[in-house]
Design a protein around this ligand. Structure first.
Ligand code: NAP
Length: 639
C-alpha cells in the first residue's frame, strides 16, 4: 500500500487499515475534533488506564471496534467534504477530552499544566518572553555541555535574546546520545514523549527508538536553531571562579590540544548531565585482565565478538540493553549479576511504529498531539509513582514500603516467574531483594530472560572475588576464563560537575561545600554561587514517569525567569538564600526517605557515599512544574 497518500487521497479500504492499528483513546480525541463535539466521548467507549493491568487503555475489543468504525465514518465524511479547516474546540471540550483520555480524573489545579503539555495550538507556554531591551549590554552566558539539556538551554537563551557560548568536551553535540553507542542502546522513556515540547517529532520509527535516531533528532534541532554557530566543541571547562567585584564568572577553557584560555561570563548554566563519567568497579585486579576490556559507555566497536568468551559485569539498564543485542554473536557469554533488577513489562519496547500508525500521526487531525498527551497522563501524571511511596510504620511485606508497593511487587514478581517458566532457580535468582522502584526498573518485552535462557548464556550470581589476567574468580572459588570483559557498571552519578572546579563567593569551593553530598535549591541554584544554574542537578532525577526532558524544560523556564528578574530589577547577581536551600533539601530528605528508593534495602547510584539520596526527585511531575514556574524573589539574595 502507498502510505505517502494524504487524507484527501486515501481510499476507504486503506483508511480502514490505517485505523485498525490506531491508538483508540487518541482516535476518540481526533473524533472530538472532527465532530466538533464531545458527544462521542460520553457513550460506552470509555478508556480506563489501570497501571497494573495488562491492557493499557482498559477497552474491550468490542469498544475498540466501535471506536474505529465511528472514526472511519467521520474521517471519510471529512475527506469527502474536502478536508475543511476544523474549528478550535472550546476550553470545556478540551478539558473534557483531557479528562476522558485515561479515564482517571485530574484535579482542577493541574489544568494549566495539562493545557501546556497538550500544546494544542503550538503556543510553547514553557518559553519565557523576555524584553530583549532589558538585557544588559555585553551580557553573555556560558552553557557547559551540549546534550539534551544544553541544547535546550541554548535555544531558550537565544529565544530570550541573550548571547551565549555553548561548550562541550566532545567533538559533537548530543551528550549521552553521542557518547553511548553500545549495541541495543535505545531510549527507555516513550519516544513520543521524549522530545522537546516545542520540537515534536511524530515520525519516530519505534516506540523506543535507538540511540542513532535520538542523536539525529538532537543534532537536527541544534541545526534548526543554529546552535552550532554559538558552540565551541572539543572544549573543556577546567575551572570557574566568581569575581565578586565584577559580578561575573572567570572561566578557564581548555581546547583539545590542552591550551587554556580565560573568558568572562555574566552567568553559567551547567548542563553536564548525571550519567557520563563511567564507573569501573572497585574489584581487586580490575586492571590485570589481559584480554579485551571496555565499559558500555565507551564501546569498542572494532572488536569482533563472534565466537569469543565474553563476561558482562552488571545487569542495569545499559547491560539489559546490550546483552540481548550481542548474545547471538558471542561464543559463550557469562553475565555477572550482583543484584537483579525489577522488570517492567512493555510489549512495544522493541516494536517499530507501523506504517499505518505513522500515517495516522502524519494525517489525522491532532492525533499526534493527543497521543503524546495520553502518554503524559498515563506515564507521568497517572503513572506508577503512587506505587513507590511508602507508608510510615509499614508492617506488611518486608521487601516493600507500603500496600500499593507490595501489590506492585506481587505483580512484578509474577511477571519474572512467568518469564522464567520451569527454571525455578533462574526465577529465584531474578527476583530482587529490595522494593520495586528502589532502582529504575528495566523495561522488558521478554528479551532479558529469554536471553539469559539461551544455551550460550550463563547467569552467574556468585559474587566476583577477583579479576585475573585470564578472567574472573568468583567467591565460590571458580575461575571463569574469558577473551573479553565488558563493564556495564554504570556511572559516577554523584560526581556532579566534577572535575570542574567552581569557586564561588568568598572563595568557597563547590566540591568542598558539597563534600560528596550535592545539594541545590530545586536542583538548580546553590547558596554561595551567584549566577550559577544547574540543569539535571541534585534531586531532579526520576525513577519512573515521563521524560527527563520535561524536567529540563521546567528548569530552563525557571532559569530564564531568574535572568528576567535580574534584568528587570537591574540586579548584578542573584544567589539563593542558604536557609531556603537547606529547608528545601530537608524536605527532599524527608520525602525520599519514604520512597522505595530511600529504603535501607536499596543500594544504588541514587544514594551518595553518605547514604543520602542526592539524585531523585521524590514528588510528582505536577509539583516540580508548579515550583519551577516562576522564581520567588524572596528566595534570593540580590546584589
Ligand atoms: P547502573 O544502573 O548503575 O548499573 C550498574 C550495574 O553494575 C548494576 O547491575 C550493578 O550492580 C553492577 N555493578 C556495579 N559495580 C559492581 C561490582 N563491583 N561488582 C558487580 N557488579 C557491579 O548503570 P547503567 O545500567 O549504566 O544505568 C545507569 C542509569 O542510566 C540508569 O538507571 C538509567 O537511568 C540510565 N540509562 C538509561 C538508558 C536509556 O534511556 N536508554 C540506558 C541505559 C542507562 P548493583 O545493582 O548490585 O549495584
Amino acid at each position: 500500500m502507498d502510505w505517502t497518500l494524504t487524507i484527501d487521497e486515501i481510499s476507504d479500504t486503506q483508511l480502514e487499515q490505517a485505523l485498525s492499528l490506531a491508538h483508540v483513546p487518541t482516535l476518540m480525541a481526533t473524533l472530538m475534533h472532527l465532530q466538533g463535539s464531545c458527544d462521542p466521548l460520553r457513550g460506552d467507549i470509555r478508556p480506563h488506564v489501570a497501571q497494573l493491568a495488562e491492557e493499557e487503555d482498559g477497552l474491550s475489543e468490542g469498544a475498540r471496534d466501535k471506536a474505529r468504525k465511528l472514526a472511519l465514518a467521520a474521517i471519510i465524511a471529512h475527506r469527502d467534504a474536502g478536508c475543511p479547516a476544523l474549528p478550535t474546540p472550546d476550553d470545556a471540550m478540551v478539558s473534557e477530552t483531557m479528562q476522558y483520555i485515561t479515564g482517571i480524573p485530574f484535579p482542577e489545579e493541574q489544568l494549566e499544566l495539562m493545557r501546556e503539555e497538550l500544546n494544542l495550538l503550538d503556543e510553547d507556554r514553557r518559553r519565557v518572553p523576555v524584553d530583549d531591551t532589558s538585557v544588559p549590554a555585553g551580557y553573555r552566558v556560558l552553557v557547559i555541555g551540549s546534550g539534551m539539556s544544553g541544547i535546550l538551554a541554548a535555544i531558550r537563551l537565544q529565544q530570550a535574546g541573550i548571547d551565549y557560548l555553548l561548550v562541550d568536551k566532545n567533538p559533537e553535540v548530543g551528550g549521552t546520545w553521542y557518547e553511548n553507542t553500545y549495541p541495543g542502546c535505545q531510549v527507555d522513556s516513550p519516544n513520543h514523549l521524549y522530545n522537546y515540547i516545542f520540537e515534536p517529532n511524530h515520525q519516530w520509527p519505534a516506540y523506543f527508538s535507538d540511540r542513532k535516531t535520538l542523536f539525529n533528532y538532537f543534532q537536527g534541532v541544534a541545526q534548526r536553531y543554529d546552535v552550532r554557530a554559538h558552540a565551541r566543541l572539543n572544549t573543556r571547562v577546567t575551572s570557574s571562579t566568581y569575581d565578586e567585584s565584577a559580578n561575573c564568572w572567570r572561566v578557564d577553557l581548555e581546547d583539545s590540544r590542552g591550551r587554556t584560555t580565560q573568558e568572562s561570563f555574566s552567568a553559567v548554566i551547567a548542563a553536564c548531565g548525571q550519567l557520563n563519567t563511567p564507573a569501573m568497579p572497585d574489584i581487586t585486579g580490575v586492571d590485570s585482565f589481559q584480554g579485551i576490556t571496555f565499559h558500555s559507555a565507551r564501546w569498542e566497536h572494532q572488536h569482533d565478538l563472534s565466537g569469543k568468551r565474553v563476561a558482562v559485569i552488571g545487569t542495569g539498564c545499559s547491560a539489559t540493553q546490550f546483552v540481548p543485542a550481542i548474545a547471538d554473536q558471542t561464543g559463550q557469554m557469562t553475565v555477572f549479576q550482583r543484584s537483579p533488577n525489577w522488570l517492567l513489562p512493555v510489549e512495544e519496547y522493541h516494536q517499530p511504529v507501523s506504517e499505518e500508525e505513522l500515517w495516522c500521526f502524519r494525517n489525522l487531525p491532532f492525533y499526534a498531539k493527543w497521543y503524546r498527551f495520553f502518554l503524559f497522563r498515563a506515564r507521568a501524571i497517572d503513572g506508577l509513582l503512587p506505587y513507590l511511596y511508602g507508608e510510615e510504620d509499614w508492617q506488611g511485606q518486608p521487601l516493600s514500603v507500603g500496600q500499593k508497593n507490595a501489590e506492585l511487587r506481587e505483580a512484578m514478581e509474577a511477571y519474572i516467574r512467568e518469564q522464567a517458566g520451569d527454571d525455578l532457580a533462574l526465577a529465584d535468582a531474578l527476583v530482587p531483594d529490595y522494593p520495586p522502584g528502589g532502582k529504575r526498573p528495566v523495561l522488558d518485552d521478554g528479551s532479558w530472560i529469554s536471553t539469559l535462557k539461551r544455551d550460550n548464556v550463563t547467569l552467574e550470581t556468585s559474587p566476583i572475588a577477583e579479576i585475573l589476567p585470564e578472567g574472573i574468580r568468583t567467591a565460590d572459588g571458580e575461575v571463569h576464563e574469558f577473551d573479553v570483559i565488558i563493564y556495564g557498571t554504570g556511572f559516577h552519578a554523584d560526581h556532579f560537575l566534577l572535575p570542574i572546579q567552581f569557586t564561588g563567593r568568598d572563595g568557597r569551593d563547590l566540591h568542598d561545600t558539597w563534600q560528596g553530598d550535592p545539594q541545590a535549591y530545586m536542583g538548580i541554584t546553590v547558596p554561595g554561587f551567584p549566577n550559577l544554574y544547574l540543569l539535571y542537578g541534585p534531586n531532579t532525577n526520576i525513577v519512573v514517569g515521563a521524560s527527563i526532558i520535561f524536567f529540563s524544560e521546567c528548569e530552563m523556564r525557571y532559569i530564564i525567569g531568574c535572568l528576567k528578574m535580574q534584568f528587570e530589577q537591574g540586579l548584578a547577581s542573584l544567589e539563593v538564600r542558604e536557609a531556603v536551600c537547606r529547608e528545601y533539601n530537608d524536605s527532599m530528605d524527608e520525602r525520599n526517605r519514604m520512597c522505595a528508593w530511600g529504603s535501607p534495602h536499596v543500594s544504588s547510584w541514587y544514594k551518595n557515599a553518605n547514604g543520602r539520596v542526592s539524585q531523585n526527585w521524590p514528588g510528582t511531575h505536577f509539583e516540580y512544574w508548579r515550583q519551577t514556574k516562576k522564581p520567588d524573589p524572596g528566595d534570593f539574595l540580590a546584589h
